[in-house]
Design a protein around this ligand. Structure first.
Ligand code: GDP
Length: 298
């Protein structure tokens, strides 16, 4: 299954190619670095990560006594991979039973789809999963999650119009009573600026803790890879409210620029457990810093 890497490359190619063309000249000079700075900023890398990468790259060029611009591209790939390596972490379950995973995100980020994919991933690893539909207000959201539950043949705990925190409490209790390995709590999509909804998320977390003092064991944020620099703001805001343990970055098979992952690494390094590279159940991949760096510069 290496097809996903082609999808990732194709998705990143738009901006990736504009970074890559910086290195087609014959000289390593100020003009090259200026062009590279622009290309990185255009790819949503942000000022801080761009500055870091440029300084790191210049040091590598000096250390390696590099004179060929094409070789500089390879050094940039190494600099990006080094920046992103701390984000490369695997989601580990099994220490707690059930492992309670709370999932948040803004509407349309791909949260429900990612939960469906994650359920499949966990089932493939032999874990039994119980889903909690804590988006109690939107019938469509519950129905959509129920479809993913069906596809994966897993149980779902839901309650029409109930309190999201109460549903989450019930789900964690049921997960414990039934001996499930994982309870995945799907929360309603919300913007970080909707303060009452952010309070609701904090309440879900508090109430989950009442059902199991060690829970939630993971708090994931799903972000759309196409949201650019706004993704960094989302990571900061949701982390402040909930204390994030991991990210899922979706739609990297589309038109995402990808640079924002460097910005996250530099400014708010929350591990990336998974990336989404399509709409189907199997389109979920673990994040690999080196592969990502190479795809960005392909
Ligand atoms: P939610 O509102 O955050 O729950 O978002 P959904 O899970 O409903 O997803 C919104 C849209 O994005 C749907 O059309 C999904 O099929 C699509 N989507 C989700 N993840 C991916 C992905 O990794 N790649 C692509 N191309 N589309 C995705």
């Amino acid at each position: 299954r290496k097809g996903w890497l082609d999808k990732l490359k194709a998705g990143l190619r738009k901006t990736g190619s504009s970074i890559a063309t910086v290195f087609t000249g014959t000289q390593i000079d100020d003009a090259l670095y200026e062009e590279l700075e622009t290309a990185l900023l255009m790819a949503d890398t942000g000022v801080k990560a761009t500055e870091h990468l440029l300084a790191d790259l210049k040091r590598r060029v000096k250390d390696n006594k590099t004179t060929d611009p094409a070789a500089v591209k390879g050094l940039l790939a190494e600099a990006i991979a080094d920046l992103l390596t701390p984000l490369q972490k695997r989601l580990v379950i099994g220490e707690h039973k059930p492992t309670v995973i709370m999932v948040a995100g803004v509407n349309g980020a791909g949260k429900t789809t990612s939960i469906g994919k994650l359920t499949r991933h966990l089932a493939n690893e032999g874990a039994t999963v119980l889903l909690a539909a804590a988006d109690t207000f939107r019938a469509a959201a519950r129905e959509q999650l129920a479809v993913w539950a069906d596809r994966n043949t897993v149980e779902i705990i839901t309650q029409e119009g109930g309190d999201p925190a109460a549903v989450s409490f019930d789900a964690v209790s049921a997960g414990k009573a039934r001996g499930r390995d994982v309870v995945l709590v799907d929360t309603a999509g919300r913007l970080p600026t909707q303060l009452h909804l952010m309070e609701e998320l904090k309440k879900i977390k508090r109430v989950v803790q009442k059902a199991d003092a060690t829970a939630p064991h993971e708090v994931l944020l799903v972000i759309d890879g196409n949201t650019g620099q706004n993704a960094l703001m989302q990571v900061k805001a949701f982390d402040e409210a909930l204390g994030l343990t991991g990210l899922v970055i979706t739609k990297l098979d589309g038109t995402a620029k990808g640079g924002v992952i460097c910005a996250i690494a530099r400014e708010k390094p929350v591990p990336i457990y998974f990336i989404g590279v399509g709409e189907k159940l199997e389109d979920l991949e673990t994040f690999d810093a080196k592969e990502f760096a190479q795809a960005l510069l392909n």
